[in-house]
Design a protein around this ligand. Structure first.
Ligand SMILES: Nc1ncnc2c1ncn2[C@@H]1O[C@H](COP(=O)(O)OP(=O)(O)OP(=O)(O)O)[C@@H](O)[C@H]1O
Ligand SMILES: [Mg+2]
Length: 264
């Protein structure tokens, strides 16, 4: 099982879109993929046709056992999606209360890692979507993953958000055995705007080592796919956005393979 998380403390940068697109492409290749929604807004949960306001069980249930996860609980929370190879651990609005409760108690940082351990043999990939704020959910996502994907919108304010995210990552790395590898993915790129071009130039100058060299263009088909509740590749295999995500996936898989070979 390989666990990837998608995070950025900035909102609306394409986190959920990236998580769903990558999950869809892996699933198209026949991989069994679990998507985990850790955002109380539940965008990914809604994407796959579940209503985060109505769900009575969700990832929130995982956090109600003093930091432990009772055997079988993770499997009991799974939902099917529009893609036969994708399972969903949905979010619900109640997750918003988590930050308040557990901030006082602590000891909740490994809940998602523990839940995923119960599903180790059922999925080859896990993609975690996280909320745009630093809290228990994001800490759980960062602790559970072996690779972080940071989508960065190619516009002026994006670099501040990225700085904040890298700062968080450095903080989390102090409690990990090895630094968490991360890949910055320029998103919502519009070659006609100066802001997009400038941001890409600055990313290449300041973050070269962690940057995916290409970018995800603006593509309305990605929005259409979310409205239709299907992964982008199911709507149009050859949409510009899908081609870009396919290239990104190839890059991430190659990187992941390299790392495994270095360890072996
Ligand atoms: N490359 C793209 N081209 C066009 N629209 C896009 C693209 N990427 C994302 N979008 C749209 O932009 C909006 C925000 O994207 P998304 O929900 O993926 O961002 P997010 O970072 O998950 O946001 P939040 O912080 O609120 O969770 C959505 O309506 C999505 O459909
Ligand atoms: Mg989102």
């Amino acid at each position: 099982m390989r666990v990837w998380a998608v995070a950025n403390q900035k909102g609306g940068v394409g986190k959920t879109t990236t998580a769903v697109a990558l999950a869809g492409l892996l699933a198209d290749q026949g991989q069994k993929v679990l998507v985990v929604d850790l955002d109380p807004h539940g965008s990914m949960t809604s994407y796959f046709g579940q209503d985060p306001d109505q769900l009575t069980s969700s990832v929130f249930n995982l956090f109600q056992h003093n930091g432990q996860v009772p055997e079988g609980l993770a499997a009991a929370l799974l939902k099917e999606t529009s893609h036969p190879n994708i399972g969903l651990l949905p979010s619900s609005t109640s997750l918003a209360t988590l930050e308040r409760q557990s901030a006082a108690q602590g000891g909740y940082g490994l809940v998602i890692s523990r839940a995923l351990a119960q599903l180790w043999n059922d999925y080859q990939f896990v993609i975690i979507d996280s909320p745009p704020l630093l809290g228990v959910s994001m800490i759980n996502a960062l602790a559970a993953c072996e690779q972080l994907i940071i989508p960065v919108q190619t516009e002026f304010l994006a670099l501040k958000g990225l700085e904040r995210m890298v700062h968080t990552l450095n903080m989390v790395n102090r409690s990990r055995k090895q630094a968490l590898p991360y890949t910055i993915v320029p998103t919502l790129f519009d070659r006609r705007t100066q802001a997009s071009l400038n941001t890409l130039r600055l990313l290449r100058r300041d973050y070269a080592e962690h940057l995916w060299q290409a970018y995800i263009p603006i593509d309305t088909k990605l929005r259409d796919a979310s409205l239709a509740g299907v992964v982008p590749s199911q709507l149009d295999q050859n949409a510009r956005g899908v081609l870009a995500y396919r290239a990104l996936l190839r890059f991430l898989l190659a990187q992941s393979l390299n790392r495994r070979e270095q360890v072996a």
